[in-house]
Ligand binder design. Structure first.
Ligand code: UGA
Length: 436
């Protein structure tokens, strides 16, 4: 199968590379020439475990190509995936900005030859595929193509595994021919018995938002319960385990923390709220999850202040982890972007470490943060350690050493990585989230 992938951002690059790994011939297209040049040299613009090797191997074996020129890839393609960015609109109203999608549709339309399936891979509001179809038909009335929607459910940091071993693949199609083509593309997964859910196009588009919104709700739910645990003296970790054993609830995504972040949940929950408003409806539960998420970050600031005796002024805070989750260098909507400025504003001094995210963090956080090369360096002379992101290298810290380095042995564990009892044995004044 010959595949063109428009957009070499996170989704486009991972998906294109994994399709090449399936054995398809894939050309990834991007407007940014430096990015394409770098990819041709085997340099990967994002940190995603395993992706670099997979790109290099598939490129070397001649199945994965990179170009800035659509004309080099679209005419020969059986399937054209659109995987360009859909950021939250700059108008600040929560709508997804579809400029890049529509521009791609206009540009690819005159290049279509023979029968082609054009597939929206980006997360887009319901109705976008229809618009893309309309744009292509208007630009090239002769084009012989079918439109489809194929949302992705990849998690950053685990994207390759998620792609190769998905819980399901959702394809939104309207013609048997397009369905056949997509089933062919995903054929290596059928052999692993991956369920393929074939739906209408609008259903596929909404499925993506519904899945992310549900997960965001689940996280906000457990964060709210964590707050209740703190006031009544209960333990949210035990509670989450107990409710998660109920098959109807499930144990995943029940870890309390400083609030969800990243490029998906914050953006997609807002976009869903806006989409629904346009139809004169509301998604009350999703709106509440968004509100609880903002409150959770504020609650974390108060937690740190309380642990520092009521004021962060003049205190040195060691922050371990800046990215929105481990195994990524992505800082988009990371809780640290809200929590650290609030602490700095009140006169705290921050020494921060992150295994992959410091370069990105420096672009987005205030200048007065000091970046250091290890957790221990961050802890030197600190009045507290805040474990913000649960990177593996923070999971087995040398606690005796850490304790010895600090001015005050205060440990604030926003991911509940450590056992309270053990921390107390090491002499720390310790708090987690939802366990007093
Ligand atoms: C999320 C979804 O999990 C993917 O299925 C989806 O494809 C992707 O968005 C997308 O729309 O592209 P991702 O944003 O990479 O993936 O990361 P997650 O692992 O879902 O984590 C999101 C946030 O929730 C992180 O800040 C994480 O720390 C937080 N989280 C997650 C919790 O606070 N508690 C949990 O129990 C789980």
């Amino acid at each position: 199968m010959n595949i063109a992938m428009i957009g070499t951002g996170y989704v486009g690059l991972v998906t294109g590379t994994c399709f090449a790994e399936f054995g398809h011939d894939v050309t990834c297209i991007d407007k940014v020439a430096e990015k394409i040049d770098a990819l041709k040299n085997g340099e990967i613009p994002i940190y995603e475990p395993g992706l670099d090797v997979m790109v290099q191997q598939n490129a070397a074996e001649g199945r994965l190509h990179f170009t800035t020129d659509m004309a080099q890839a679209i005419p020969a393609a059986d399937a054209v995936f659109i995987a360009v960015g859909t950021p939250t609109s700059r108008r600040g109203d929560g709508y997804a900005d579809l400029t890049y999608i529509y521009a791609a549709a206009k540009e690819l339309a005159p290049l279509l030859q023979d029968y082609t399936v054009v597939i929206d891979k980006s997360t887009v509001p319901v109705g976008t595929a229809r618009q893309v179809e309309r744009i292509i038909r208007e630009t090239n009335p002769e084009a012989n193509f079918d439109m489809a929607s194929n949302p992705e459910f990849l998690r950053e940091g685990a994207a390759i595994n998620d792609f190769m071993r998905p819980d399901r693949v959702v394809i939104g199609v309207e013609s048997p021919r397009a369905e056949q083509m997509l089933r062919e593309i995903y054929k290596p997964l059928f052999r692993r018995d991956t369920p393929i859910v074939s739906t209408g196009i609008e259903t596929a588009e909404l499925t993506k938002y519904a899945a992310n919104a549900f997960l965001a709700v689940k996280i906000s739910f457990i964060n709210e319960i964590a707050g209740i645990c703190e006031v009544v003296g209960a333990n949210v970790v035990d509670l989450a385990k107990a409710i998660g054993m109920d098959g109807r609830i499930g144990s995943k995504f029940l870890h309390p923390g400083p609030g969800y972040g990243g490029s998906c949940f914050p953006k997609d929950t807002l976009a869903l709220m806006r989409i629904v408003q346009e139809y004169g409806e509301n998604v009350h539960i999703v709106a509440a999850a968004v509100e609880v998420n903002a409150a959770q970050k504020a609650r974390m600031v108060r937690k740190i202040r309380d642990m520092l005796g009521g004021s962060e002024t003049g205190k040195t805070i060691a922050v371990l982890g800046l990215t929105f989750k481990p195994e990524t260098d992505d800082m988009r909507d990371a809780p640290s972007l809200t929590i650290l400025p609030a602490l700095l504003e009140k006169g705290a001094l921050i020494r921060a470490h992150d295994p992959q995210g410091m370069e990105e963090a420096q672009k987005l956080l205030p200048d007065d943060i000091q970046y250091v090369s290890s957790a221990y360096e961050a802890a030197e002379g600190a009045d507290c350690v805040v474990l913000m992101t649960e990177w593996n290298q923070y999971r087995a810290l040398d606690l005796e050493r850490l304790h010895g380095l600090m001015r005050q042995p205060v440990f604030i564990d926003l991911r509940n990585v450590y056992e309270p009892e053990m921390m107390r044995r090491y002499g720390f004044s310790y708090t987690g989230v939802g366990r007093k």
